[in-house]
Design a binder for this molecule. Structure first.
Ligand code: SF4
Length: 421
């Protein structure tokens, strides 16, 4: 039995369930990376000034560039039900699209305020589509922070596009989850070298380039937070290939292996293609490994990437896992990852921030991976931290990024050492 198979035969770890105050961004944050990927799309948040502040400070505003996101601010009259917010929204959308003829998909993004006043953005999208199709398609989804974490914004956006995807029975691989263009190109080259194809990515670089889906579609997941999208694709006939996520040399090899098995690629060819790439990735990680091996890491629940990243840090960089928190545990999305976790790991689902901080203070980890709001106070208490949101904004997938990914975790420790802390 090899190392991977031996780990996979163990029982899944015990989970601590927590319900209390949460410290996470809302789903609007997803616009930051989605608008970079979907180059023909515009994201119009229908929300309050708070929503506008969040999205502007998260995405940055360049005064000379025309950003592809904005907020239609609901006024007191809208919130009090004194004005027909639907009519006004429609007028704004038409005006916006006249000014921006290069936009072919307009996302209407719901927020806490639009949900509280029950503004039906789905209906607004229907009415606009009746006017604007085929030139522009309008798609509605929710980025509200009520009961959701920030990466669910991507899941909601992709889920809203699934009904629009054409049907196909062709055997094809569909990689689900937003990845940077450079990562998409690298992964495409790996599939090509293996002989796996045709391969499509969802989302593609243009929102209008919707891949087809159907009984021949095999899904390979690039991000662990798109559970609703995956279930919608499965309902349209697709099959989910279970695999760990492509983080690090081991994770990427196992991820590619799942596709290679579905395409019945001979083991010798798989080895010949992946071995040199994995070797290069291991060499790129070696420096960070010397820094991180034996160190203890604590993950606060934030991005939903915690379980795959903890597996990577433990198995490839030798770190011990004190606690791995995740906003919600979607077992279907992480089943292959759970099998690779050490049996004694503490997993926690949900958040009770005070209790979790007490556990951080009691265990004094060498590194705490957490949201922005918790990082500074913990640093002030002498603890090294890493912002989990950086792991969503930075290309971290595949062999070519393995060294950079390891470096992201090693840098806070190096910095503290240089400062003599
Ligand atoms: S959607 Fe909700 S949580 Fe997000 S910025 Fe707006 S009000 Fe705040």
């Amino acid at each position: 039995m090899n190392d991977l198979a031996a780990a996979a035969s163990r029982l899944p770890p015990v989970v601590l369930r927590e319900r209390g105050q949460r410290e996470v961004f809302c789903g609007l944050t997803g616009i930051v990376w989605l608008h970079r990927k979907l180059q023909d799309a515009f994201f119009l948040v229908v929300g309050s000034r708070t929503c506008a502040h969040l999205i502007q400070s998260a995405a940055g505003v360049m005064i000379f560039a025309e950003p592809r996101f904005a907020t239609a601010i609901l006024t007191d009259r809208d919130l009090a039900g004194l004005a027909d917010a639907g009519d006004e929204l429609e007028r704004h959308c038409v005006r916006l699209l006249e000014r921006r003829p290069n936009i072919s998909t307009l996302f209407l993004v719901g927020s806490c305020p639009s949900e509280v006043i029950k503004l039906d953005l789905g209906k607004a999208a229907e009415r606009l589509n009746a006017k604007l199709l085929p030139n522009v398609r309008v798609v509605a989804y929710s980025g509200s922070g009520i009961e959701t974490t920030f990466t669910q914004g991507e899941d909601n956006a992709l889920r809203a596009m699934v009904p629009l995807m054409p049907a196909s029975t062709e055997k094809q691989l569909l990689v689900v989850g937003c990845v940077a263009d450079i990562v998409e190109d690298q992964l495409r080259r790996a599939f090509e070298a293996l002989g796996v194809g045709p391969v499509h990515f969802f989302p593609a670089r243009r929102a209008t380039d919707l891949p087809a889906v159907g009984p021949g579609t095999q899904l390979l997941l690039a991000q662990p937070f798109n559970g609703e999208t995956v279930r919608a694709l499965v309902a349209r006939g697709a099959t989910l290939l279970e695999a760990p996520y492509p983080f690090g040399a081991e994770g990427t090899t196992a991820w590619l292996q799942a596709a290679a098995d579905a395409w019945e690629i001979p083991a010798s060819h798989f080895q010949a293609v992946t071995q040199p790439l994995a070797e290069r990735a291991r060499t790129a990680m070696a420096h960070a490994r010397t820094r991180l091996a034996g160190k203890r890491v604590f993950f606060m629940p934030d991005s939903q990437l915690e379980i795959p990243l903890a597996r990577f840090l433990h198995r490839e960089l030798g770190m011990s896992l004190l606690e791995v928190g995740t906003p919600y545990l979607d077992r279907q999305m992480v089943s292959a990852e759970l099998e690779l976790m050490p049996p004694d790991v503490t997993l926690s689902e949900g958040q009770h921030v005070e209790r979790q901080l007490e556990r951080v203070r009691a265990s004094r980890p060498d590194l705490t991976v957490c949201g922005l709001g918790l990082a500074n106070p913990l640093e002030a208490e002498g603890l090294a931290t890493k912002w989990s949101i950086e792991l969503v904004f930075t290309p971290i997938h595949g062999y070519d990024q393995a060294g950079d990914l390891a470096g992201i975790f090693a840098r806070p420790l190096e910095r503290r050492e240089r400062l003599g802390l």
